[in-house]
Design a protein around this ligand. Structure first.
Ligand SMILES: [Mg+2]
Length: 117
C-alpha cells in the first residue's frame, strides 16, 4: 500500500478535526505544533546518537530515525489538515517555484508525470 499526502491529510483531518471543531483550530494547531517541535527534538536525539555526539545504547538507530521522522511528518501534515490546506497542491507549487529559482533540471510534477515504474 502506498501512502499519499492526500490520504494522510484526509485521515489526519478526521483524527484531529473533531478536536479542532470542539476546541478551536488555534488550540488544535498550537497542540500539534508543540508535538511537532517535540518530535523534531527526538529526531535530533537520534542523529546525535548516530553521529557520536551522544552515547549509542545499541538500539537500531536507523529504525529509530525512521520512526521519529514519521512522527514529524504526522504532525506537520496534521497542522495542514486542521487548517484545511491542500498540501498536495502546495507541495507541487512550492517545488515548481524552487525548481525555477534554483535552476533545477526537473520539477516534482514532471518527475511524477514521467516516472517509470
Ligand atoms: Mg517520536
Amino acid at each position: 500500500m502506498e501512502v499519499t499526502i492526500d490520504n494522510l491529510e484526509s485521515y489526519l483531518a478526521k483524527t484531529y478535526g473533531g478536536f479542532a471543531s470542539e476546541h478551536g483550530v488555534s488550540l488544535a494547531e498550537n497542540n500539534l505544533f508543540m508535538k511537532l517541535v517535540e518530535e523534531i527534538g527526538e529526531v535530533a536525539e537520534v542523529i546525535n546518537r548516530k553521529t557520536g555526539r551522544k552515547a549509542d545504547d545499541g538500539t537500531d538507530l536507523n529504525g529509530e530515525l525512521g520512526k521519529e521522522l514519521c512522527d514529524v511528518i504526522h504532525y506537520a501534515v496534521a497542522i495542514a489538515a486542521v487548517n484545511g490546506l491542500d498540501l498536495n497542491s502546495i507541495i507541487i507549487e512550492k517545488d515548481r517555484a524552487a525548481s525555477i529559482k534554483y535552476n533545477h533540471k526537473i520539477n516534482l510534477e514532471d518527475f511524477i508525470l514521467n516516472r517509470v515504474r
